[in-house]
Design a protein around this ligand. Sequence first.
Ligand SMILES: NC(=O)c1ccc[n+]([C@@H]2O[C@H](COP(=O)([O-])OP(=O)(O)OC[C@H]3O[C@@H](n4cnc5c(N)ncnc54)[C@H](OP(=O)(O)O)[C@@H]3O)[C@@H](O)[C@H]2O)c1
Length: 351
Amino acid sequence: MTSVASPIAAVGRAAATRQVVAAATASVSAPAAPSTSAKATEQKPTVIITGASSGLGLNAAAALAKSGEWHVVMACRDFSKAVSAAKRLGFPSGSYTVMHLDLASLDSVRQFVDAFRASGRRIDSLVCNAAVYLPTAKEPRFTADGFEVSVGTNHLGHFLLANLLLQDLEASPAANPRMVIVGSITGNTNTMAGNVPPKADLGDLSGLANGAVMIDGKEFDGAKAYKDSKVCNMLTMREFTRRYAGKSKVQFASLYPGCIAETGLFREHYDAFKTLFPLFQKYVTKGYVSEEEAGKRLAQVVSDPALNKNGVYWSWSNTKGAFENQVSEEVADDGKAVKLWEVSEKLVGLA
Ligand SMILES: NC(=O)c1ccc[n+]([C@@H]2O[C@H](COP(=O)([O-])OP(=O)(O)OC[C@H]3O[C@@H](n4cnc5c(N)ncnc54)[C@H](OP(=O)(O)O)[C@@H]3O)[C@@H](O)[C@H]2O)c1
């Protein structure tokens, strides 16, 4: 039977106060499950996917749920949208659970972790996928805790979630549980797409540290805030890898699944953009990938034994399948990763 957990307590809505390697086709398989508690080993491997109500997260959830090998926890802010989406895509009965998570509230993140632990489920993989993108916003919007909403949701909410759930991943019966943080080509300035202005640039992080709207302390720009948040996602994955290499069995990965030009991510863009962008990606750049194929790619990073490697930023080519991609100079900056970690720890109340 499919289980649906109750939404957690209402989320604060207070006004903000501060201004090659792998197989060529994506496949899904279960991780090896040696020992741990009897209860955990009786359960199917479980993956938590944030933002599984739409786009990449939904399609990855579908691939894993339909494989019959995984139980999927859909961690979503819109409970009924997630339930409808799972039904629409034909998730098998009993293969998924919907739980409330609003990454734009640090309280909600903590409540989600408590509720997940209370559910008694094992966790073998965490996918930090949810994101917002506000390319046309003239004014910033804020999370319940007063952070600019793209960085607050895409980075800080996930940073807290990932840190809290690390110990739960450690307790997985799997040999190598995985933490996957979705990145993007747009945050990597070593690519053509990453050089479309405004370019990602965290500067010296003084804006983030001092309560400014943008991480670099400069004027608000919604498109840049999203790209900055993606740099933060990739830096976070790299810093997890550096901190826990040799100390943890958890493996960390990021990825760029391709340009999924028709997802809800572009919901706030101009109508002309929403019409022309998919055509441009299909016929000019040829970087277009369907939601279904992108979902299979993310599911592969969760489950394919051939991708059992630490600290990789995965991308795909039509001929080679998954390969280890290079990141930009900023994303490769280990000093910046440490600084981002230390600032973020303070902002989310972990330090
Ligand atoms: N589309 C692309 O071309 C592309 C390319 C590279 C990387 N990516 C990355 O892929 C990931 C998924 O994006 P997508 O394209 O699939 O977009 P999408 O269809 O809009 O999915 C985003 C998901 O995030 C959820 N979400 C947003 N704010 C949230 C919050 N506060 N709390 C919890 N969930 C929240 C959304 O929930 P609702 O359904 O309630 O809105 C939705 O389920 C993102 O990390 C994005 O950066 C996308």
